[in-house]
Ligand binder design. Structure first.
Ligand code: ZN
Length: 173
């Protein structure tokens, strides 16, 4: 039985290989995954929440590994919350809650830093998360400037970036 299934497998693989040689372009297009700028390797992502849904934004449910480079975090009612973006953090604040120790992932280090220490590049050519105007945070002004030189945008502190994020909520009112 084992031998038989092995030879079937070999046949299948040979078949595939021949097929991909015949139509290389088509095969390649199917095998290239769409990787977004926000996405990181799962091993590099720091997930701060507890429970079975720890990998998902507490507000919108989006995958935090997929949208890691725009991820934010804060404590609410003694629990660590993680958000896909400053948009979802602002969405939560809009309910009038108090969030302690707000943090953001720095694109240059992939580590969480306090939002007050972050340099945000707002409105660069890199796509945003939950917003047409992207907002990416960096651990130093130098790193933010490097990113800005390549992709444009405006360098702001957290309160400037928050203000921009809040503008997106105007459409819904
Ligand atoms: Zn979200």
């Amino acid at each position: 039985m084992k031998l038989l299934s092995l030879s079937i497998l070999t046949l299948l693989f040979t078949g595939c290989a021949m097929d991909s040689q015949n139509k290389p372009m088509q095969k390649e297009q199917h095998s290239i995954p769409v990787v977004m700028f926000q996405t990181v390797d799962e091993k590099k992502a720091i997930l701060l929440q507890d429970g079975k849904d720890h990998r998902y934004c507490v507000r919108c449910g989006m995958d935090l590994v997929k949208f890691y480079k725009t991820s934010h975090a804060a404590e609410h009612d003694g629990k660590q919350h993680q958000y896909c973006s400053i948009h979802c953090l602002e969405d939560h604040l809009g309910e009038g809650v108090t969030l302690k120790n707000p943090q953001v992932v720095a694109v240059d280090t992939l580590k969480f830093i306090s939002v007050v220490d972050a340099f945000y590049v707002v409105g660069s050519k890199k796509k945003g998360t939950m917003s047409k105007v992207s907002k990416y945070a960096f651990s130093s002004l130098e790193e933010a400037k490097k990113f800005q030189a390549e992709f444009g945008g405006e360098i702001m502190n957290f309160s400037g970036a928050s203000k921009k994020a809040k503008e997106d909520f105007q459409y819904y009112k």
